[in-house]
Write a protein that binds this ligand. Structure first.
Ligand code: FAD
Length: 405
């Protein structure tokens, strides 16, 4: 008989099989890279095949050609500043909360473990705002969402396309009161790698990190650079360029994703959810009428259901009709999944054999020499400017991170 384990290399770790198994024969276990995979207890397994029916790899979910495309910017500047791009997540979530519904999104817990949670209050939305560039755990959200849907409550589930696919196969039927929103996704690194990165940063700084953000809009956001910052016990904020952070840079270069991400069937223009949102980088190139230097999102309406919410979305967002072709030019994951880089296996193996610190230090020293080389190529006037900028004092405060370049 066909087994769930036959296609394990394509498993996205959505937990649909574990949640559906009536015998409790499936548990999710971390592999050596720190990704969750199903493990079947053969003694408990009744060979009913339900795990295959609810597996999105085995039972593909319908994908929709987007019906309308927009550049979208939240009207509330506070929300916009707190969101990764244009604040589409908040606009959709507020719309559902107003109707007494529930929202599912991703938060980092106190151990920096990314997980999907259910929210019912507007003031909790900030927990899920902001991209967490690590695989998030769907935990028990599929089970809870099903209960709520059957009780007639409206639910908005936001997540990676593969999480939405898992939810849909787990539910096994359409629910009028379910709205889904995915984002265009390059891929997800392992939660264990991120945990190791936090430990490495803490050791390097000699202090405890209590808050971490992958994106903020201070400094060079307009130039399209990423920054992280974190608070240490003394409440100081430190910001840094993603290019100089081993974890973050490897993420951006697609070097550390879950194996299935490189064969992702959702990395294409046909979408799996009612809504799709993403970064609208270079928005000014396609929409000269837009004058926002603090972020704009891509918003795709993929189903008739999503179209019916347009008037409500327009109440909280500025929407500019746009084109899918333009979005495909700036977002490769609307065309195909990330390419598998030969160094991916080496990275995880090096970390397993030598430890995270050794790998991270190796990365930092090679970056240092690359930057030294590039610095040497700059014209003298620019080199003097860089030196001056380095000497400039930066102020610490709770909201403004100090740059760590
Ligand atoms: C792993 C990952 C890869 C991405 N890849 C791309 C890409 O290739 N191109 C692109 O244009 N945009 C990508 N994005 C989306 C982008 O980073 C922003 O999330 C998007 O622009 C939404 O911005 P916003 O202002 O509407 O949302 P925000 O207010 O910032 O809300 C973030 C939303 O993302 C969800 N979320 C955050 N982290 C995770 C996670 N780890 N797993 C599941 N859900 C999560 C939250 O629940 C919330 O729904 C990616 C995001 C993630 C998390």
């Amino acid at each position: 008989m066909k087994n769930l384990m036959d296609q394990l290399h394509l498993c996205t770790g959505c937990r649909s099989c574990e949640n559906a198994c009536i015998k409790g024969a499936i548990t999710m276990e971390k592999n050596e890279e720190g990704f969750l995979y199903p493990h079947i207890d053969e003694e408990k397994c009744g060979n009913c095949g339900l795990c295959l029916t609810v597996c999105p790899v085995e039972t593909p979910v319908q994908q929709y050609q987007p019906l309308q495309a927009y550049a979208a910017i939240h009207k509330d500047k506070t929300v916009l500043l707190d969101s990764s791009s244009g604040g589409v997540f908040t606009a959709l979530a507020e719309m559902v909360l107003k109707q007494g519904g529930l929202v599912v999104g991703c938060m980092l817990d106190t151990n920096f473990y990314a997980k999907q949670i259910l929210l019912s209050k507007r003031e909790d939305l900030s927990k899920c705002r902001g991209s967490k560039y690590v695989q998030s755990d769907t935990a028990d959200t599929f089970v809870k969402v099903k209960q709520q849907l059957e009780n007639g409550r409206m639910v908005l589930y936001t997540g990676t396309p593969c999480q939405i696919a898992g939810l849909k196969t787990y539910l096994g039927q359409e629910y009028e009161n379910l709205l889904t929103a995915d984002f265009i996704c390059h891929g997800v690194p392992s939660p264990e790698l991120f945990r190791q990165n936090i430990l490495w940063l803490e050791k390097k700084k000699g202090n405890k990190i209590i808050h971490y953000r992958f994106r903020n809009k201070i400094g060079s956001y307009q130039l399209g650079l990423y920054y992280y910052y974190y608070f240490v016990r003394s409440k100081k904020a430190v910001g840094g360029s993603a290019a100089l952070d081993p974890y973050y840079a490897s993420f951006l270069q697609a070097k550390t994703y879950r194996p299935c991400c490189y064969q992702c069937t959702y990395a294409q223009e046909k979408r799996i959810s009612d809504f799709t949102f993403a970064d609208f980088w270079s928005v000014e190139k396609f929409h000269p009428e837009i004058n926002s230097d603090i972020g704009a999102s891509i918003l795709l309406l993929n189903t008739n259901k999503s179209l019916s919410y347009l008037p409500e979305i327009e109440q909280s967002m500025l929407l500019y009709p746009s084109k899918l072709e333009w979005m495909k030019q700036i977002n490769e994951n609307l065309n195909h999944p990330a390419n598998y880089p030969p160094c991916r296996t080496d990275i995880y193996q090096t970390i397993q054999t030598m430890g995270y610190e050794a790998w991270a230090n190796q990365y930092c020293s090679s970056m240092f020499w690359k930057l030294r080389y590039l610095y040497g190529k700059l014209p003298l006037a620019l080199r003097i400017k860089v030196k001056k900028a380095q000497k400039k004092e930066h102020h610490f405060s709770d909201s403004k991170p100090k740059r760590e370049l």
